[in-house]
Design a protein around this ligand. Structure first.
Ligand SMILES: *[C@@H]1O[C@H](CO)[C@@H](O)[C@H](O)[C@H]1NC(C)=O
Ligand SMILES: *[C@@H]1O[C@H](CO)[C@@H](O)[C@H](O)[C@H]1NC(C)=O
Length: 139
């Protein structure tokens, strides 16, 4: 997780022309496993359009690392940036990373997964050191 976090942190810094040392890992950082089973709580309803900054508070930059392939491992489940007149879609592919600023400029949703299982890792960064967390330890 730390190695991936470091690579993504550098890529975001480079892409946005900021210093990697001004980015801090923030919470929550999580694996997601989505299949077609009905959501049990509103928190599980990933397909609603949302803004990460609103949902998660401390996020300034959101990244997603996909661990399975759209159409090979699952159907549906594409990531959609919702823009007036022109939605932009990211097709998950194992090893593909996407990242974006977490504010209202990047309203998005994930299509419902119709079959199979979609795996991804969310790693987000804050510019506020008070909101930083240590790399997670897995036991
Ligand atoms: C989806 O995943 C849950 C949790 O692992 C499992 O209980 C359920 O049977 C799965 N549903 C399908 C359709 O594979
Ligand atoms: C964008 O996606 C939203 C939600 O899925 C949909 O209602 C809308 O029609 C789409 N707009 C375009 C231009 O595809």
């Amino acid at each position: 997780h730390r190695d991936v976090r470091q690579k993504v942190q550098l890529a975001i810094a480079q892409a946005f022309g900021i210093s990697a040392s001004s980015l801090y890992l923030t919470k929550p950082t999580f694996f997601s496993r989505i299949n077609s089973t009905e959501a049990r709580t509103a928190h599980d309803e990933y397909w609603h359009a949302h803004v990460d900054k609103v949902t998660y508070g401390s996020f300034d930059y959101t990244s997603l690392l996909y661990l399975s392939d759209y159409l090979d491992d699952f159907g549906g489940g594409r990531f959609v940036f919702m823009e007036e007149g022109a939605n932009k879609t990211v097709e998950p592919r194992a090893g593909r990373v996407s990242f974006f600023t977490s504010g209202s400029e990047n309203l998005h949703r994930v299509e419902r997964v119709h079959w199979g299982t979609r795996y991804a890792v969310t790693i987000a960064f804050t510019c506020n050191p008070d909101h930083s967390i240590a790399d997670p330890a897995f036991t």
